[in-house]
Design a protein around this ligand. Structure first.
Ligand SMILES: [Zn+2]
Length: 254
């Protein structure tokens, strides 16, 4: 038996990390001076990786697989030196080591697979939820039982407002307007004094400014007319002698 053959099994155990003590020292010492055994050890390491892969991938080389499995399950060799501890003492340890090696690989694989499955399940659940929501939206939109309400801005746009202050004894009139709508071209607002008796009396023309504000200050009026109310119409720019309907604003005394 050559020295290489003598160490063949030890190399397999060394590759599995299962060689301890004097035996390990002896093998390592031999490896230092033996390129052939170093190559064999490297090959065994490579084969172990392949062995781990072989369950899901390509088969490991038959020779190494058998060698490694043999090393794992080995009976003590009768021709070995008597002083050596029988190999079966390593058996449970070896089996555990091999199991851990292979289980570790599969654990990594299955962990990755489990992550991917969880990811897909998650995506699927999200899509399912989105679909469910879309169905609810359509169902609500098309439901015959639905109460349909149109909402508008709670704040109404500012309303046009006019305030007339009239002192009959002095025939004095002050008129203030705000938020007046923009006039059509060549038109003006005309203020009318509506007397208790008789026809409406023109009380001034005005055009609101950009903000819709306007004033009429002391227009010429007949003396001592009792006012029932005031009104505003839209007239040609030069004014009218009688109001053109419709009356756009009207008010009574406060
Ligand atoms: Zn050797």
């Amino acid at each position: 038996m050559s020295a290489h053959e003598q160490f063949a099994d030890d190399l397999a155990l060394l590759a599995l990390g299962a060689l301890k003590g004097d035996e390990r020292v002896a093998v390592e010492k031999h490896l230092e001076g033996c390129p052939a055994c170093r190559r064999e050890l490297e090959r065994l390491h490579g084969d172990m990786a392949l062995l781990a892969l072989s369950a899901s991938g390509p088969a490991a080389p038959r020779r190494s697989r058998e060698r490694l499995l043999k090393a794992i399950a080995k009976e003590p060799r009768e021709q070995k030196v008597a002083s050596r501890r029988p190999r079966w003492m390593f058996l449970p340890w070896l089996a555990t080591a091999a199991f851990l090696l292979i289980a570790g690989f599969f654990w990594q694989q299955s962990d990755r697979l489990a992550q991917r499955v969880a990811q897909l399940q998650d995506e699927s659940a999200q899509q399912q939820a989105q679909l469910e929501r879309a169905r609810e939206v359509v169902s609500t939109l098309t439901s015959a039982d639905a109460l349909r309400v149109t909402l508008v801005a709670a704040q109404a746009p500012p309303q046009p407002q006019g305030k007339a202050i009239y002192v009959r004894d002095r025939s004095s009139l002050i008129f203030l307007a705000s938020n007046m709508p923009v006039l059509p071209p060549q038109k003006a607002y005309e203020l009318w004094l509506i007397p208790t008796n008789g026809a409406p009396i023109p009380a001034g023309l005005f055009k609101p400014d950009a903000r819709g504000s306007a004033t009429v200050v002391e227009p010429p009026l007949p003396a001592g007319v009792e006012a029932k109310t005031f009104a505003i119409t839209v007239e040609p720019e030069q004014g009218s002698s009688s109001p053109t309907m419709p009356i756009v604003m009207m008010g009574a005394g406060e």
